[in-house]
Each structure stands twice: as structure tokens, then as C-alpha cells.
Design a protein around this ligand. Structure first.
Ligand SMILES: [Zn+2]
Length: 471
């Protein structure tokens, strides 16, 4: 590209759409164009078909993307004269691939590793488009609980985690979706698509057969010429014989290539194979739900069916699922409750928490609940955080702060203003019992009872320890 730029060379491009469609224009060479050319096997003299395929996007548009060379439907190296040899082309591809690995971000699908997270390597972040990682935490009871997180920049440059979401409920929802989708009807459609692909293969195969026929024709012609020559013309006969041999070799090559590629094509499904595929659909839900099916197998199945899943965590979790066949589904899941909340806290506990919040902080409430013999839904002792989360997650439970505010209690700033003193003095007076406080956290944050008819006043010269309005 630099050489082209330096020498002010232009590169041709065929206009594909618009008013100039079909015209050839000359323009400066761009990086993108260089890549197009070096990746295109046509410049190495090969005939290729099926390099690109369209796929449906979640928004209904179609994107055309290149498929890996081993998925090309037809490839005939040496079909015509090339600018580089097929060997050079392959060497170039290898080098480009290595360069991409060295410089590009690794966005390939990671293999299904051990661990139960079903969507490992299939999950794309809906915010930044990166592939998401999985992290396991040990649940008490020895179970691995997966969390999906987009944290590439976090690991690389220490940026904050882009987003993270609990894996268990997402895996579960995707599993349910699969069981719904993999029905005999859905597979019937898939088989029809397969038939369609088969007809393209037949076309490619027909082209290859034509090449063999042409080679055969030329070989026959050469033979005829050799047979017809007067044996006395030794030189002419020798030349024709060599030509005939060359043509025969070409025929053999063409025939071999044709056979080889024909064998590589997927053979059409037999009636028996179709029946087995359809039987799998009936069997799939059972296999999927069977607790004896190892996670590795489930992950393998999910990879056969799903291309990728794009997730976004907002008020809820949205997951765009792209199936291999091209269809898409969108799931919306509520942000799941914390693990210990999945097992519902008993209503007796909820009622007691509701009462205790009137006069106690979360930490104190946890202690009281435990003393009274209550346990969480999954049989654990309550902690301050568990009580705080319970309040946060249940709208019916008003927070202690809210309750105190409703009772007319004041913040430090409010009471300072009301009494015409500084917030510092408020704290000092509270410490000496001149103001009554009500804590709403276990870290000493509190609200102040309104001072009433006879508020404390500033009395210089009197020791605070000697004063007590409240006692
Ligand atoms: Zn992200």
C-alpha cells in the first residue's frame, strides 16, 4: 500500500451499485482493498464458490460475511492463470492469519471447557460487542455458580468491568428456549435448507464433470491425430504422441480432482438419516433435562444449535439468541435474586423483619432473627447484609430510613438549621444526650428526633456534661 501511495499508483475497482454500476474506476489503494485482493483465491488462479454467506441480524437486516475456507462449497485451484501460484496464495493466507493473531483481539469462539456455564464462549456483550468471560464462584454445598462478565478491558488496562450478570438463570432460560425450539417441525425446516444446499453442490459437481468431459474430448482428439499420421513421418508422430500423452495426463488429473472433491461434498441425507435427525428432536428435551447428561454434552449440543447470544443488562436482562439456522429469538429475564433469596424467605420472617424495622437497624435485626431461631430460605443464619438486601429487594418492606422520615425525623443538616447551630454542634449535642437520635444503619448513620417545644439552646459557660434536657 505504501509503495502504491509513494508512486501514485491507482487501483481498479468495479462499481457494484449506484448510477455508475458496472463501470471500472481507478482510485488510490486502501488497506481494505489490499486485504480483499490478497484473500481472494481468484487472483491465484482458482475457481471458488461459496466464500460468502448472508446471515440474519437480530434487527432483521442481513449481513454478508465471509466463511472459513474449509466451508467453501467449491474450490478448484489452477482453474485459470493466476497472478500468484496457489502455493504462494496459501502461504500468504497463513501469514495473514498469524499477523492477525499477533495483533488482533482474539475474538474466536473458545472451546467448551469444563465447568457448567452453558454459554461459555457464546456470549457477546450488548454494550461493547466483546466476547464475555465466565467466572465461577463456589456456592456453599460445593456447587459452581457461574457469572458472565465483560471484563476484557478490566483485565487488560484495569478499566471498570463493562457488565456482569448471574449465569444460572440465563443458562436455564436458554435451555428452556432450546427445548421449545428443537421440535420436529423446526428440524423439518432445517432439513429443507439442507436439501437446498445439496442442490448447489450438485451444480458445482456438474461443473467439475464438464471439466473432465472437456479433458476427455481433447485427449480423444490427440489420439485421433496420432492414429491418423503417416508412420513414415517419424518426427510428426513423436510430437503427436507426446501431445497425446500430455492430454491423457491432464484427463487423469481432472478425473482425480473431480472424484476427490465429490467425495468431500456432503452426501445427501438418506431417508434413514433423516428419520434419525427427527427422532433426535423428540429425544432432545429428555436428553437435555436428564440430570445425568454431563455439562460437557449440554455445551456441545448448545453449540450445534446456537451461533451466539448477545446480552445486555438494564432494568432487566435482554438476550438476543442467534440460532445456527439463521432464526433469532429475544429473551427478557428479570435480574435474578441473590442465590440465597432464590429459596423464598418465609413469610413469618418477612413479617418479623417488618416489625423489627420500626425500632432496629439491619444488623440488630439479623441478631434478633437468629436468636429467635429463624433461618434464611436455604437454612443459613441471617447476616446484616442479608437483611439489608431483603429490604432493598422487596418493595413491601419499607426501609428503616423511610420509616423514620415518615415519622418526621430530621437529618443532621435539617436540625442544625432549625436550631441555628452547626452540624458539628448537632453531633456534639447528640453525643451528650441533648438530642435524641435514631440509627438507620449499623455504621452509626442516624436521623434526629424533632426538638419539640423546648429545644436546647446554646448556653455558653455551662459544661455539656452538666446539661441534660432529655433526662
Ligand atoms: Zn462489554
Amino acid at each position: 500500500m505504501k509503495v502504491f501511495r509513494k508512486n501514485e499508483l491507482l487501483f481498479p475497482r468495479r462499481v457494484r451499485k449506484g448510477p455508475q454500476k458496472g463501470e471500472l474506476i481507478w482510485e488510490p489503494l486502501h488497506h481494505q482493498r489490499v486485504l480483499q485482493v490478497v484473500h481472494n483465491p481468484r487472483y491465484a488462479g482458482a475457481f471458488v464458490w461459496g466464500r460468502r454467506k448472508g446471515r440474519r441480524l437480530p434487527n432483521g437486516h442481513t449481513a454478508v460475511e465471509f466463511v472459513a475456507p474449509d466451508e467453501w462449497i467449491s474450490l478448484v485451484p489452477g482453474a485459470h492463470a493466476g497472478y500468484v501460484t496457489w502455493k504462494q496464495y496459501q502461504a500468504n493466507q497463513q501469514r495473514l492469519l498469524e499477523n492477525a493473531k499477533a495483533h488482533g483481539d482474539d475474538r474466536r469462539q473458545s472451546p467448551p471447557r469444563e465447568g457448567p456455564a452453558l454459554l461459555q464462549g457464546l456470549l457477546l456483550c450488548g454494550r461493547c460487542g466483546d466476547r464475555m468471560n465466565v467466572r465461577y464462584s463456589m456456592h456453599h454445598g460445593g456447587q459452581q455458580v457461574p457469572t458472565y462478565l465483560c471484563d476484557r478491558d478490566h483485565t487488560r488496562v484495569g478499566a471498570p468491568t463493562c457488565q456482569s450478570l448471574p449465569g444460572a438463570s440465563l443458562d436455564e432460560a436458554i435451555g428452556t428456549l432450546l427445548v421449545e425450539m428443537v421440535t420436529p417441525l423446526a428440524l423439518e425446516v432445517a432439513l429443507t435448507v439442507q436439501d437446498e444446499i445439496q442442490s448447489h453442490l450438485a451444480e458445482a459437481s456438474r461443473l467439475r464433470k464438464m471439466q473432465v468431459e472437456r479433458a476427455q474430448y481433447e485427449a480423444d482428439l490427440a489420439r485421433q491425430r496420432f492414429m491418423n499420421v503417416d508412420p513414415n513421418h517419424r518426427l510428426v508422430a513423436d510430437g503427436l504422441e507426446a501431445d497425446w500423452n500430455a492430454k491423457l495426463r491432464a484427463l487423469q488429473d481432472a478425473q482425480e480432482r473431480c472424484d476427490r472433491e465429490h467425495a468431500a461434498d456432503r452426501a445427501p441425507l438418506t431417508a434413514e438419516q433423516r428419520a434419525r435427525v427427527l427422532a433426535l428432536a423428540t429425544d432432545f428435551p429428555r436428553l437435555w433435562r436428564d440430570p445425568k447428561t454431563p455439562p460437557r454434552e449440554r455445551k456441545r449440543m448448545i453449540r450445534l444449535l446456537i451461533e451466539d447470544v448477545t446480552v445486555n443488562r438494564g432494568d432487566a436482562i435482554t438476550a438476543h439468541v442467534r440460532f445456527r439456522g439463521g432464526s433469532t429469538r429475544t429473551l427478557t429475564l428479570p435480574i435474578p435474586l441473590r442465590a440465597w433469596e432464590l429459596k423464598k424467605t418465609s413469610s413469618a420472617v418477612m413479617t418479623e423483619v417488618d416489625t423489627l424495622l420500626e425500632s432496629h437497624t439491619p444488623g440488630r435485626i439479623a441478631t434478633i432473627l437468629n436468636q429467635n431461631g429463624h433461618r434464611s430460605g436455604d437454612g443459613r443464619l441471617f447476616t446484616r447484609k442479608m437483611v439489608a438486601d431483603l429490604v432493598k429487594d422487596h418493595e413491601a418492606l419499607k426501609s428503616r430510613y423511610e420509616r423514620l422520615r415518615n415519622r418526621g425525623f430530621l437529618t443532621q443538616e435539617e436540625i442544625a438549621e432549625r436550631l441555628g447551630i452547626t452540624p458539628d454542634t448537632v453531633r456534639t449535642w447528640a453525643r451528650h444526650g441533648l438530642l435524641r437520635t435514631h440509627p438507620y444503619t449499623d455504621r452509626g448513620q442516624c436521623l434526629y428526633e424533632p426538638p419539640g417545644e423546648h429545644p436546647p439552646r446554646k448556653m455558653q459557660g455551662h459544661k455539656l456534661t452538666d446539661r441534660s434536657v432529655l433526662s
